[in-house]
Design a protein around this ligand. Structure first.
Ligand SMILES: [Fe+2]
Ligand SMILES: [Fe+2]
Length: 477
């Protein structure tokens, strides 16, 4: 035996990695390439820092959240699947009632591979998008949080690569390599989905991304967690435990920025955005513009409103609806209909289409419901300060590149406009170059003293894992 075994033992897992020689060999080739990617594209200048991180070392409640100081290149990226459910079946589509598949059904192989690759591609993409942000972190607490998100996105990539290596043979190995070769925003070899090629240039964008775009991740993972392909379902179920923290970072991050701004406005009796900016906080209309941007590009991630692909994924039993098994219907959807928005004669209206073809739209609507609840909580924070401003979600058709609204120019209120009229208003609705310049200038430099926070953000209510807010969450060495 060579040193393989030691090395495999270093990967925490509940898939009996040590016994699977084929998988070991595949991972031996992939792991060094992954580390090369992490050194190149992971958080910049971070490789020697000691970071107070949680690591999943098993799937039990005590094992999935062990906290300690870790140098990120030594993070133990593990492979975990939620334990199997005895007697689990395919719960929807034409194969409903069959035992859940433990191997890839041959006829669905390429569809399944595509679902796994598309999900897997988003994971390293977000690490690439966020890699410079550590240099301008507003506190050690926030710096630790972004690094936690980054290492867990790395682990999510491992999760998808495990499935590719274990179940897809040679083409799975090729896809696993390609996942390390694409780059967010690269002209020649970009990431697969649009929102994952947008820059995340500052911390307001980062919190918006983790609130809106990581939540798309939650909804995609939730519908894959319903899959009739059991290893995919179990992998995604475990990933969801980590995703919750990412969305917490986003919601509380935006909430703390909103809180700080509203408090300054209330104290100083200011409303004009220029006056607010002069005090070193982000004016609420700028926050609204960031919201409009991140919400609209994330809505596109759900895909076309009318989709025969989504219908195939469902009918075959590969990708379910959000909380499929809790829904009370036939789980086949052959006669059901669903409303999707569309544009006709210069107006937005709803049309009924077969529910099978509207599954992307249905998932998008489930997502919108959750996002709205988060926006309501941000508005409560503003309301408590007595400031009358309220954030709101723009119309579903605003700034869309995919689906029925693509190609139209729709205002945040839902009015269909001419291109010229829309463009004239663009900078009132979306962050302008000047907004980005302002926000980035305010965020120049990072705050490194434990317990201190940049002026533009309120401290969190509590620290991480029972530690105090002024804990030394990152040691720079
Ligand atoms: Fe993820
Ligand atoms: Fe995430």
């Amino acid at each position: 035996m060579t040193s393989n075994i030691d090395y495999i033992d270093k990967i925490p897992n509940n898939v009996d990695l040590g016994r699977d020689r084929v998988l070991q060999r595949a991972l031996e080739h992939w792991q060094p390439a992954y580390m090369g990617w992490w050194y190149d594209m992971g958080p910049t200048e971070s490789h020697h820092y000691d970071v107070y991180l949680r690591t999943a070392i098993s799937v039990d409640p005590e094992g999935w959240a062990v906290f300690d100081y870790v140098k990120m290149p030594q993070y133990r990226w593990g492979i975990f699947l939620t334990p199997p459910t005895a007697g689990r079946e395919v719960n929807f589509g034409i194969n409903k009632g069959q035992p859940a598949w433990q191997d890839v059904p041959g006829e669905y192989r390429s569809m399944l591979r595509r679902l796994i690759v598309t999900q897997g591609d988003t994971e390293p993409a977000s690490v690439e998008q966020q890699r410079m942000l550590g240099m301008c972190a507003p506190s050690l607490y926030d710096l630790r949080n972004i690094y936690q998100v980054n290492v867990e996105e790395g682990r999510h990539l491992w999760a998808m690569v495990y499935l590719l290596h274990r179940y897809f043979g040679r083409d799975g190995r090729e896809e696993a390599e390609a996942l390390l070769e694409r780059r967010s925003g690269d002209v020649d070899n970009p990431r697969i989905l649009g929102a994952f090629n947008e820059p995340t240039p500052d911390w307001l964008a980062f919190y918006m991304f983790t609130f809106f775009t990581d939540r798309d991740g939650k909804f995609q993972l939730s519908s894959l967690a319903e899959s009739g392909f059991d290893p995919l379902a179990r992998t995604c179920r475990f990933m969801l435990t980590e995703e919750a923290h990412h969305m917490f970072v986003g919601e509380t991050g935006v909430g703390r920025i909103v809180q700080r701004t509203a408090e300054v406005m209330a104290e100083q009796h200011l409303e004009d955005p220029d006056d607010v900016r002069a005090l070193g906080v982000i004016d609420l209309p700028t926050i609204q513009r960031y919201l409009n941007f991140h919400y609209s590009v994330t809505l596109d991630l759900f895909g076309g409103d009318i989709s025969s692909n989504a219908a195939s994924f469902y009918t075959t039993g590969l990708k379910g609806r959000y909380e499929e098994t809790k829904i009370d219907d036939d789980h086949v959807l052959s006669d059901a209909t669903y409303k999707v928005g569309t544009v006709k004669d210069g107006r937005v209206f709803d049309e009924e289409i077969p529910a099978l073809n509207a599954l992307n739209e249905r998932l998008r609507d489930d997502y919108i419901g959750e996002v709205q609840a988060g926006v309501d909580r941000w508005n409560k924070i503003i309301e408590r300060t007595g400031i009358p401003f309220r954030l709101r979600l723009p119309h579903k058709g605003f700034h869309r590149q995919i689906g029925n609204f693509a190609g139209y120019h729709i205002s945040p209120e839902g009015d269909v406009m001419t291109e010229a009229a829309w463009k004239a208003k663009r900078d009132q609705w979306m962050p302008s170059a000047a907004d980005y310049t302002f926000v980035q200038a305010m965020m120049a430099g990072r705050v490194v003293e434990p317990g201190k926070f940049a002026n533009w953000i309120a401290p969190p209510r509590r620290g991480i894992h029972t530690q105090p807010i002024d804990f030394e969450y990152v040691r720079f060495n």
